[in-house]
Design a protein around this ligand. Structure first.
Ligand SMILES: Cc1cc2nc3c(=O)[nH]c(=O)nc-3n(C[C@H](O)[C@H](O)[C@H](O)COP(=O)(O)O)c2cc1C
Length: 179
């Protein structure tokens, strides 16, 4: 299994990146993870840019990376009550051209870390909806961690129950998504 990680925080020291790494550590042996690290380079989606023959190289790279992946791990902070615009823009680029969208049918799980106590619940909900509308085969159950600045030690979630819940969600990658 080849998993692509789409990360919504651009910040050095991002707790969402730490969460992504904690999730990747739970992938089964033999699975590989690739991080799409060019979210900041992707222009805001515009149909004027998305023209056959002159699609920005970074968007082509994204689409190829999504196409090559068996599954996506989407990790987003919550900004003003919704998912990060970096993740949203990434989904938008991967959702076109509509009839050949690389994200179509791609299995995905959604994770979020927030400094606030609610585990970025709104961001997760909105990310699931956006991924569904884009055509991904997204698992509706998500994983969120609040108080994220204190949640990790040595790249792992300190709370064993939370880590088990993360592991259980990651284990659903590769299994059919329940209707
Ligand atoms: C512009 C902005 C808006 C934010 N809005 C929310 C919010 O609506 N809900 C929330 O839980 N945290 C909010 N936060 C706090 C983020 O959860 C916190 O910055 C988090 O650590 C970001 O993830 P990172 O550590 O991966 O960068 C906001 C932060 C910023 C910069």
């Amino acid at each position: 299994m080849n998993v692509l990680v789409l990360l919504g925080s651009l910040r050095d020291g991002s707790t969402n990146r730490t969460l992504a790494e904690a999730a990747v550590a739970h992938l089964p042996e033999g699975a590989t993870a690739t991080y799409f690290n060019r979210g900041a380079d992707l222009p805001h989606y515009s149909e004027d840019l998305d023209v056959e023959g002159s699609v920005p190289q970074v968007a082509t790279e994204l689409r190829e990376a999504v196409a090559a992946a068996d599954a996506l791990i989407v990790v987003t902070p919550e900004y003003n009550g919704t998912l990060s615009s970096v993740v949203k823009n990434t989904i938008d680029w991967a959702s076109r051209p509509r009839e050949a969208a690389s994200i179509h049918g791609k299995q995905a799980i959604v994770l979020a870390a927030s400094g606030a106590p609610y585990g970025a619940e709104w961001a997760r909900k909105d990310a699931v909806r956006s991924l569904q509308i884009a055509g991904a085969d997204v698992v509706e159950d998500t994983f969120g961690i609040g108080a994220s600045y204190e949640a990790f030690a040595e790249g792992r979630l300190v709370d064993g129950e939370a880590d088990a819940a993360l592991q259980a969600l990651v284990a659903r990658l590769g299994a059919p998504v329940a209707a």
